[in-house]
Ligand binder design. Sequence first.
Ligand SMILES: Nc1ncnc2c1ncn2[C@@H]1O[C@H](COP(=O)(O)OP(=O)(O)O)[C@@H](O)[C@H]1O
Ligand SMILES: N[C@@H](CCC(=O)OP(=O)(O)O)C(=O)O
Length: 373
Amino acid sequence: MRKKLLKGVKRVVVKIGSRVLTDDDGALDMTVIGSICNDIAALRGQGVQVVVVSSGAIAAGRSELGLLEKPKTIPQKQAAAAIGQTRLMRAYEEAMKPHGLKVAQVLLTSEDLASRQRFLNARATVDTLLGFGIIPVINENDTVVVDEIKFGDNDNLSALVTNMAEADLLMILTDIEGLYDADPRTDPAAQLIPLVRSVTRDIERMAGGAVSAVGTGGMATKVAAAKKAARNGAPTMLLLGKQAGIIINAMEGSEVGTLFLPAAAGLNRRKHWLAYTLKPAGRITVDDGAREVLQKKGRSLLPSGVVQVEGRFDRGGCVRICGLDGKEFARGLADYSVTEIAKLAGRKSKEIEEVLGYRYGDVIVHRDNLVVL
Ligand SMILES: Nc1ncnc2c1ncn2[C@@H]1O[C@H](COP(=O)(O)OP(=O)(O)O)[C@@H](O)[C@H]1O
Ligand SMILES: N[C@@H](CCC(=O)OP(=O)(O)O)C(=O)O
């Protein structure tokens, strides 16, 4: 089954975690970087385009700054990333040189991908680099990000890049063979799961929230990334990054790591961007009837189903759509601003003009701009 799934793959995103790229002292591990670059060069030789999402800037910078522990404050992390990022790029450059391959640095913030214009610009740059036969190496622009504009972790970034670059496969290289049914650090009886058909609550529970000493997100963020990629129609493979030849082995269909299958009905790219890349600026709570038709019948949200609205957004703003239990079940772009929706809540569509004195249309969120999560 793996062979069949991987046969048509033409563009891959390879995400490499900090734990993979560094040795026990926290310095960049050139042997591992060399062997990953061998695999990437072999893939290129087979006509597969590769986009790298690489962590490791903070880890590499830490040893340059002479810090004994993982940097704790944000400015320390940013300083470490600034010095480490150049070391990281140099390491890739050196490791790719013997294969006659070049690398290019692409640093992004979540604001860049949330703006449709910048998202499309980033896509055009990555496309052009690939067209020149160059390997884009993407990382979060750590020196300028603060919490609100952070991707959070590079697992998340790699899923968004898979969508942006229109890749057919996401490979996440980490410090463990794959997803286990429990955290192997605390449960020695934990078993590797070779195949995940869909990311259910049970799978999410297994991934827990644990993080290693230099990594950022632990297994939970990898599973979340696989879920996002799956909705985009791309499979994800979770692999032991330090094992030489792992990328090629996996691409040949060997039963290594964990394979997450893509969702049968993937979202189109614009809806994927709407659901996962945009940051919501508000929340609309809807009644049970509205929830039912949104979830099951793919309808638009009408004012009559709105119970409450919060946040600060204008017409066109991204909103969470929540049930009466407070849980978000959909996300969309609002056709009215928060103040307008507050006035329209519970009213009939035909009353819109009477209430506001004007109208943009019958719906609060149109089904073309709405994604059930
Ligand atoms: N169910 C699980 N299966 C596998 N690993 C798990 C699980 N739960 C927690 N982990 C931990 O997640 C770690 C990988 O995440 P992380 O340290 O963030 O890596 P990276 O630097 O590659 O992003 C593993 O080393 C492992 O200890
Ligand atoms: N942007 C950061 C990496 C953040 C991150 O998610 O790290 P990891 O969990 O090792 O993939 C860096 O380059 O150090």
